[in-house]
Design a protein around this ligand. Structure first.
Ligand code: CS2
Length: 494
């Protein structure tokens, strides 16, 4: 029996030929990208595009230095340290088989809590051209309803007190940019890869607010020398489960402590606004466009909101994975009608994009039975997702006097979700930075549904809209009384 090899640089030559491994000399790679937030998505997306550039085009100057800011990142830091920065990307093909590729583009890693100054120095290094971010939708520290930077956040207060040992991305970037200014280094790009409408603009707004308050002298240099391209990013990347690791070990004979699994689909649409140049990612499939907003709109309001819809309805009904919910004919019809009747009118001119094909491809992706994307992943951190994925559709439809019954039902389902128990009486955990408040509001909503809409940082002034409030109230009461399946069937019949 063949034994598996522990993944590291030295063992690469022993890896089976059914696995693609980096053939480029990783010692020659120069780091020009610092990436903050090395989660599964970064590893299946940007790091993969970059690995392809190195492998297929011999590009040597776009190595990635990963940065972990949170205590939670210690795990990936230790694993990547053990594995010389290498990890396996397992793509679940459409027939359910895996293909495996070892990715080599992350060539350095700094665990910030152990060495904050090293992070600041790294970003201030003359070779660094891009700081890219996957810090999650909620990571930009803006109040969703007011759009203002939240200076009352305790970690922000701490960073303002201790600028040389920051904890947040804003503290780090500010200190590093200050050094870059003092050292008269050229411009730099901060590239958000999070699922947010105008993600570059949002990153810019948050950091500008922080700098204005903490280092106002940096502002003129910052405005001149830092760019923030918007981008749409896409690849469904479920949580890695033990079974994936075992398959990798048995079928591919690789012992990887934390491989990443993704669907085959991948997309990256980016505004071409890079102050210090950029990798030629277009050679490996990224699209550079002048205006990315229509792409972002489409993706966030259809794919991400579609996920939230399936996640909430599926969770209440008792499904565990997105494909189960998407293959339920009632939920599928509800999803398709939501996309056609409620989201499509809000999307405006999408130019060349064939929306019909795009929507069809989304349903296929959601229904892929081999991508066991956990509903618990999709429903997590919904307080940061719903305002970005779903509420813009509701707001636009209200303005255009369009239908909001499905979108509104999803908001009601989210409220009901925060009861913490499904319709079969099974408990689940509410994983959300605002979980306390959500659970409290959901409890109060049993008496008065409007209580849930009083969460101001999420709903803002939507509560003043009578039609929205009324339709939400009816939806929630009916949902609690009749259950999700009956309600969905009723809406489907309208
Ligand atoms: C998901 C996204 O987190 C979510 O709710 O919708 O992670 C989604 O899988 C990615 O954006 C796909 O590109």
């Amino acid at each position: 029996m063949k034994t598996s090899v522990v993944l590291n640089q030295e063992n690469l030559s022993s890896v089976l030929s059914n696995v693609k491994v980096p053939n480029y000399n990783r010692d020659e790679i120069i780091t020009s990208i610092v990436h903050i937030g090395v989660g599964n998505f970064h590893r299946s997306h940007q790091a993969y595009y970059t690995d392809m550039l190195m492998e297929q085009f011999g590009v040597t100057d776009c190595g990635i230095c990963g940065i972990g800011l949170l205590d939670y990142d210690r795990k990936i830091y230790n694993i990547l340290k053990d594995q010389d920065g290498l990890y396996t990307l397992m793509v679940k093909e459409l027939d359910g088989t895996y293909s495996a590729r070892v990715i080599g583009s992350i060539v350095e890693f700094i665990f910030a809590p152990e060495n904050p100054l090293a992070v600041i120095e790294k970003i201030a290094h003359p070779d660094i051209k891009i700081v890219s971010l996957t810090i999650t939708e909620g990571g930009y520290n803006l109040n969703e309803a007011t759009g203002k930077f939240d200076f009352s956040n305790p970690v922000i207060i701490e960073d303002m007190k201790n600028p040389r040992s920051p904890k947040t991305v804003f503290g780090y970037l500010t200190q590093a940019l200050k050094l870059r200014m003092e050292r008269e280094l050229g411009g730099i790009t901060i590239q958000s890869c999070d699922n947010i409408q105008g993600n570059g603009d949002v990153a810019k707004k948050a950091l500008t607010d922080y700098i204005k308050e903490t280092e106002p002298d940096l502002l003129p240099w910052f405005e001149e020398n830092v760019s923030f391209p918007n981008a749409m990013v896409d690849r469904i990347t479920p949580v890695t489960v033990l079974e994936d690791k075992e398959i990798l070990k048995e079928e591919f004979l690789i012992d990887d402590q934390w491989p990443v699994v993704s669907e085959p689909f991948i997309q990256w649409v980016i505004e071409d606004d890079f102050k210090a140049g950029r990798p030629v990612w277009e050679k490996v499939g990224a699209q550079f466009v002048e205006n990315v907003i229509p792409f972002e709109n489409m993706k966030l309001r259809l794919l991400n909101a579609g996920h939230t819809l399936l996640g909430m309805l599926g969770a209440l009904y008792g499904y565990d994975t997105i494909d189960e919910a998407a293959n339920d004919p009632d939920f599928e019809k509800f999803l398709v009608d939501f996309m056609d009747i409620e989201v499509t009118p809000t999307l405006g001119d999408l130019g060349e994009i064939n929306l019909k094909d795009y929507k069809k491809s989304l349903v296929d992706r959601f229904q892929n039975i081999y991508i066991k994307d956990l509903i618990s992943r999709i429903c997590s951190e919904s307080s940061a997702k719903v305002p970005i994925f779903l509420l813009p559709t509701i707001k636009d439809q209200i303005t255009g006097k369009g239908n909001i019954s499905r979108a509104n039902f999803v908001v009601a389902a989210w409220c009901r979700y925060n009861d913490g128990v499904d319709e079969n009486n099974k408990d689940y955990e509410i994983k959300d930075a605002m979980s306390d408040r959500l659970i409290r509001a959901a409890a109060l909503s049993h008496k008065d549904p409007v209580e849930f809409l009083k969460i101001e940082p999420i709903f803002g002034d939507l509560i003043e809209n009578k039609d929205f409030v009324e339709s939400f109230t009816i939806a929630l009461e009916k949902l609690r009384e009749k259950g999700v399946k009956n309600c969905v069937q009723d809406i489907n019949a309208t």
